[in-house]
Design a protein around this ligand. Structure first.
Ligand code: AGP
Length: 608
C-alpha cells in the first residue's frame, strides 16, 4: 500500500523524506513525491516509478524547506504517473493520502461546481480542495482540515501542510495506520515505525477516527468531534532494526534463510524445550477447555497458515475449526455462539479485510486472538490477546518467514489446546513438543537442497501454467506454493487437493503443464501415488517433493524428485515450505521479475 512520511525539522527535509520513503518501499508502490514549504511557498517534486527517479528529480532541482511531506503511491484511482503522484496541491494546501475515498465522485462533482479545477485522476485531490475551500470560507487550518475529514467516507491516512504555516502539520487516520514520531525540537509522521526509525523510536499511534495537530514541540490528538484524546507514546521495538539484504541478492532470499533462526525464536516463546511442554500466556482471557469451536479468518499466505492449523487443532485438540478468507468472512454474517474463539492471522496486522472480520467477531462477542508479526499493529491493539510471531520485519512482499513463524505459533497453540482439553496426554504432548522443537534443524537441512531446486526452476521458467497438488496438511502447502509462484514469477499456477484431480483439473494435464506434487511419505502417500499415476498416464510431467521412503514407494518416472529429510508428520508443513519458497524464488529470478516488490502487489493491503 501507499507510504506516508512527514517532517517538521530544522534542516532541508527533502533528502530525509526520501530516505524514510525507502524504508517503506517494501509496501509496494509505482510512483513517489515530496513537497516542502519554500520561501516562495509550497513546492514539490514527483516521479513515476522507483524512488531513484524522485532522487534524480531532486538532484536536478533541490528543495530546501525544513517542513515537508512525502509519499510512495500504490495506484488505486488513476494510472501510476507523475500527474497522479502525491503530494497533491490546492492553492495553499499540500496533502498525501493512503487509502480510498469512497465518496470521492460526489465530492469531486461538488468541488468542480464550485469552480475547482482538478489536475489528477486521483480520489486524493478532492481532500486538498475541500481543505482549501474551508480555508477560503475563513476557517483556521486545523478546523478547515477537521471539517474536510468529516466529509470523507472510506479509508484514509492523511498528512497535510499549509502555505503559511512553517510549524504546523495535520494528520488523520481512519483505517490505514499512521504514527507520530517524537524528536528533539522536531516531529515526524509516518505510515509505520519503520519509516520513522532513522529519526526516533518514540512513537504515538493514532487510532481510527483520530486526527492530530503536530508542531515542532507539541502533539495534540482529537476525535472526530474535536474532543481531545490521549494516545500512548511508546518505544517502538520493530523500528530500531536496520533492514538490509546482507549477502543475499534479494530480501526474499535473505528471509527464506532466516527461517531456522526466527522459527526457533518463535517456538521458544511458546514451548518449554526443557519440560517439552507448550506454554500459554499467563493473561489468557479464555480457557481452551471451555472453547468448543474456533473460527479463523485471514488473507493470502496468512490464510493458508490458518488452513494448515485447521488440521492441527482438529487432530491434536479435537477442536472443530471454521476458516474462511477474510474478504468473504466479513460479509457472510456467520452466526456465532457467544464466547467462542476467533483467531486472526496477519503479518502486517493492518490488512483491512482481516481487521473488518475481527470487528465482526468482536461484535459477536467472541474471544479475539491474533497471530501477528507487527506487535503494535491495529489488529494487535484490537485483540483481547496477541500471539506474536517473532519473524522480525519481513520486507519481501511475498511472505516467507512470517508464514513459517505463523505455523510455529499455531502448532504450539494446537498442542497447548490439546493438553488443556485433555485430548493429549502429557506423554503425547512431550513427544509432539520434542518433534516440533526439531523444526530449525530440518529447515536448515531443507535449505541445503537449494541448488537442486534451482535446477527445477529452469523447467518452470519455460512454461505458462503449473499445477501444485497435496493432501492433508500438504494441501494448503500446494496452495501456498502456487501463490508464491504466481505472485513473484507471474506464471499462472494453481494449487489443488490431490484427491480432487479427477473431479476436473485432470482435463488440464498435458506435457506443457508441470505438476508439482508435495507428498512426504505418510499414511495417505499411496493415495497421492495414484494421483501421480493418473497424471503420468496422460503424458503429464511430475515434479515430486518427498523423502527417501516416498521416492522409493512412488516407483515411477518423474521429471524431478526433490528428496527431503524424513520429518515427523507434524512438522511437514513447516519444513516443506522451504522447497516451495525456493522453487518460486529461483523461477522468479530466472524470469527477471522484481522479486522483492512484484508488480501490482503491496506488502500490506490496508484497503478493501
Ligand atoms: C503473501 O505472499 C502475500 N504477499 C499476501 O497474500 C499476504 O499474505 C496477504 O496480503 C496477507 O497479509 P497480512 O499477513 O499482512 O495480513
Amino acid at each position: 500500500m501507499c507510504g506516508i512520511v512527514g517532517i517538521i525539522g530544522n534542516e532541508a527535509v527533502a533528502p530525509l523524506l526520501v530516505d524514510a520513503l525507502k524504508r517503506l518501499e517494501y509496501r509496494g508502490y509505482d510512483s513517489a513525491g515530496v513537497a516542502t514549504l519554500e520561501s516562495t511557498g509550497l513546492d514539490r517534486r514527483r516521479a513515476e516509478g522507483k524512488l531513484v527517479n524522485l532522487a534524480a528529480r531532486l538532484d536536478e532541482a533541490p528543495l530546501s524547506g525544513t517542513i515537508g511531506i512525502g509519499h510512495t503511491r500504490w495506484a488505486t484511482h488513476g494510472v501510476p504517473n507523475e500527474t497522479n503522484a502525491h503530494p497533491h496541491f490546492s492553492e495553499n494546501v499540500a496533502l498525501v493520502h493512503n487509502g480510498i475515498i469512497e465518496n470521492f465522485r460526489e465530492l469531486k462533482d461538488e468541488l468542480i461546481a464550485d469552480g475547482y479545477v482538478f489536475s489528477s485522476e486521483t480520489d486524493t485531490e478532492v481532500v486538498a480542495h475541500l481543505v482549501a475551500r474551508n480555508l477560503k470560507q475563513g476557517m483556521k487550518p486545523a478546523e478547515a482540515a477537521r471539517q474536510a475529514f468529516k466529509r470523507l467516507e472510506g479509508a484514509f491516512a492523511i498528512a497535510l501542510m499549509f502555505k503559511d504555516e512553517p510549524n504546523l502539520m495535520i494528520g488523520a487516520r481512519n483505517g490505514p495506520p499512521l504514527a507520530v514520531g517524537h524528536g528533539e525540537n522536531s516531529m515526524y509522521i509516518g505510515s509505520d515505525a519503520i519509516a520513522l526509525a532513522p529519526f526516533t523510536n518514540q512513537v504515538t499511534y493514532l487510532e481510527d477516527g483520530d486526527w492530530c495537530i503536530i508542531k515542532r514541540n507539541s502533539l495534540q490528538i482529537f476525535d472526530t468531534d474535536g474532543s481531545p484524546v490521549e494516545r500512548v507514546k511508546q518505544l517502538s521495538v520493530g523500528s530500531s532494526l536496520m533492514v538490509d539484504k546482507g549477502n543475499h541478492r534479494h530480501f526474499m532470499q535473505k528471509e527464506i534463510y532466516e527461517q531456522a533462526e526466527v522459527v526457533s525464536h518463535t517456538l521458544s516463546h511458546y514451548l518449554d524445550f526443557g519440560k517439552c511442554e507448550a506454554r500459554l500466556p499467563v493473561d489468557m482471557p479464555f480457557d481452551f477447555s471451555k472453547i468448543d469451536r474456533i473460527s479463523i479468518s485471514a488473507c493470502g499466505t496468512a490464510y493458508l497458515a490458518g488452513l494448515v492449523s485447521k488440521y492441527w487443532f482438529e487432530r491434536y485438540a479435537r477442536l472443530p475449526v471454521d476458516i474462511d478468507i477474510a474478504s468473504e468472512f466479513r460479509y457472510r454474517e456467520m452466526p456465532m455462539t457467544e464466547g467462542g474463539l476467533s483467531l486472526f492471522i496477519s503479518q502486517s496486522g493492518e490488512t483491512a479485510d482481516t481487521l473488518a472480520s475481527l470487528r465482526y467477531c468482536r461484535d459477536q462477542k467472541q474471544h479475539i486472538g491474533s497471530i501477528v508479526n507487527v506487535h503494535e499493529s491495529t489488529i494487535a491493539r484490537e485483540s483481547s490477546i496477541v500471539f506474536p510471531t517473532l519473524a522480525g520485519p519481513e520486507i519481501g512482499v511475498a511472505s516467507t518467514k512470517a508464514f513459517t513463524c505463523q505455523l510455529s505459533t499455531l502448532v504450539s497453540l494446537a498442542i497447548a489446546a490439546g493438553r488443556a482439553r485433555g485430548a493429549l496426554s502429557a506423554e503425547e504432548e512431550h513427544q509432539l513438543v520434542r518433534d516440533v522443537t526439531e523444526a530449525p534443524r530440518y529447515i536448515n537441512r531443507a535449505l541445503k537442497l537449494e541448488s537442486e531446486i534451482e535446477k527445477v526452476a529452469h523447467d518452470l521458467a519455460k512454461v505458462k501454467h503449473v499445477l501444485y497438488l497435496g493432501r492433508d496438511t500438504s494441501y494448503p502447502l500446494a496452495l501456498e506454493g502456487a501463490l508464491k509462484l504466481k505472485e513473484i514469477s507471474y506464471i499462472h499456477a494453481e494449487g489443488y487437493a490431490a484427491g480432487e484431480l479427477k473431479h476436473g483439473p485432470i482435463a488440464l494435464i498435458d506435457e506443457d503443464m508441470p505438476v508439482v506434487v508435495i507428498a512426504p511419505y505418510d499414511r495417505i502417500f499411496d493415495k497421492t501415488v495414484s494421483n501421480m499415476q493418473e497424471v503420468a498416464a496422460r503424458g503429464g510431467r511430475i515434479i515430486l517433493i518427498t523423502d527417501e521412503k516416498g521416492a522409493a514407494a512412488a516407483g515411477m518416472k518423474t521429471d524431478h524428485t526433490i528428496i527431503m529429510p524424513e520429518v515427523p508428520e507434524i512438522l511437514t508443513p513447516l519444513v516443506y515450505a522451504i522447497p516451495v519458497q525456493l522453487l518460486a524464488y529461483h523461477t522468479a529470478v530466472l524470469m527477471g521479475t522484481d522479486v522483492d516488490q512484484p508488480r501490482n502487489l503491496a506488502k500490506s493491503v490496508t484497503v478493501e
